[in-house]
Design a protein around this ligand. Structure first.
Ligand code: ZN
Length: 309
C-alpha cells in the first residue's frame, strides 16, 4: 500500500528501528526492493533523487513506482529525495509521489527555513510528507548525489537548538541531519557523532534521517538507530550489488539482456534484505493493526482472484 513518511517513521521512532530508503531508478531496483520488503514484512521507502533524474526520468518512473507501491502487501513510501528545485518537487507531488525532500541545506539558514516552510504547506495540501535538511551532508568523491566534497565536514554538522527552531518554523515531517556521514563510497571509514544524534533526538519530535549510509559498519548503524535515527538512506550499496551480479551473469549470458535482469533483481533484493535486518524493520508491518487488516484483505483478494481463474 502507498504510505507516506508519517505512516512508517513514527512507528519506527517509537519502536527504535529504522526504515530504509532505497533509490529505484530502474525496474530491476524497484522489483528487488519491493520483493525484499514483502518477504521480510518490512515497511520501505523508495524513489529517486533530483541528481538521479538523468538515469530515469521522473514521469516514467512514476508510471511503475506508484502502482507497485499501491499493489504491495507492505507500506511503501514513494519519495523524491534531495529535491533541489521547487519545480522538481512540485512535479513529484503532481505525479503522485507520497513524499518529497526539499534540500535547501546549502542556502543560508533563513532561506532554508523560508523555502522549506513554503514547500511544506504545498506538500501537506497533497497529503504528502516532506523532509528537510539542516547542516549539510557532504559527498564522497565520485558520488552520484553531488560533488560538495568538504575538507572539514564537522563545520557543517547540525546544531540541535537550530534544528528545533527549523522544525518549528517549517513544519517538516522528518529532518536529515549532518553527523559525520557523506554520500557515495567512503575511502576511509566515517566517524559518526553519536552524542549529537542523541541530543537532536531529545530536542525535536520529528523523526531523524541519516544520509550517506552505504559503507557504514553494522555497529555504526545499530548505534545511530539506538541514538534516534528513524530513516536511513542507501543507494551506493544496492547500485554496486546490482552491477556486480550483472557482471557475473554476463559470463554465462545465453539470451542477452534478459539474463542480466533476474541477476540484478536478486542481488538488490538480497542487499536490501540485509539492510532491513540490520535496521530492525523486519516484521514491523505486523505490529500495526491497520496494516495487518489491509494485508489480510489483500491476500484474500489475491486468493479469490486465482480461484476465479
Ligand atoms: Zn542524501
Amino acid at each position: 500500500m502507498l504510505a507516506n513518511l508519517n505512516d512508517v517513521l513514527y512507528p519506527a521512532k517509537k519502536g527504535k528501528y529504522a526504515v530504509g530508503l532505497f533509490n529505484a531508478v530502474t525496474l530491476e531496483l524497484a522489483r528487488g526492493i519491493i520483493a525484499a520488503a514483502e518477504e521480510t514484512g518490512s515497511p520501505v521507502i523508495m524513489g529517486t533523487a533530483e541528481v538521479l533524474l538523468p538515469y530515469g526520468p521522473m514521469e516514467e518512473l512514476s508510471y511503475f513506482l506508484i502502482p507497485m507501491a499501491k499493489k504491495a502487501k507492505v507500506p511503501v513510501v514513494i519519495h523524491f529525495d534531495h529535491g533541489l528545485t521547487k519545480d522538481a518537487c512540485l512535479k513529484a507531488l503532481d505525479l503522485g509521489f507520497s513524499s518529497i525532500m526539499y534540500d535547501c541545506s546549502t542556502d543560508s539558514y533563513d532561506e532554508n527555513v523560508e523555502k522549506v516552510r513554503e514547500m511544506a504547506d504545498i506538500a501537506h495540501s497533497y497529503g504528502a510528507t516532506i523532509e528537510g535538511e539542516l547542516g549539510h551532508v557532504g559527498d564522497n568523491e565520485g558520488s552520484h548525489e553531488g560533488s560538495s566534497h568538504m575538507e572539514d565536514p564537522s563545520k557543517f554538522y547540525t546544531d540541535p537548538a537550530q534544528a528545533k527552531d527549523f522544525v518549528d518554523k517549517t513544519g517538516v515531517d522528518a529532518l536529515a541531519i549532518a553527523v559525520g556521514t557523506a554520500h557515495g563510497a567512503y575511502k576511509l571509514p566515517p566517524k559518526l557523532d553519536f552524542e549529537r544524534i542523541k541530543t537532536i533526538a531529545n530536542t525535536i519530535d520529528v523523526p531523524l534521517v541519516l544520509h550517506g549510509g552505504s559503507g557504514l559498519k553494522d555497529e555504526d548503524f545499530k548505534k545511530a538507530i539506538n541514538c534516534g535515527i528513524s530513516k536511513v538512506n542507501i543507494f551506493t550499496d544496492i547500485n554496486i550489488a546490482a552491477v556486480e551480479a550483472e557482471f557475473r551473469a554476463f559470463e554465462y549470458m545465453e539470451k542477452g539482456i534478459i539474463d542480466l535482469v533476474p541477476a540484478a533483481v536478486q542481488a538488490v533484493k538480497m542487499e536490501v534484505r540485509k539492510k532491513m535486518e540490520l535496521f530492525g524493520s523486519v516484521g514491523q508491518v505486523y505490529s500495526n493493526k491497520a496494516d495487518i487488516h489491509a494485508l489480510i484483505e489483500q491476500v484474500v483478494k489475491e486468493v479469490m482472484a486465482q480461484y476465479k481463474k
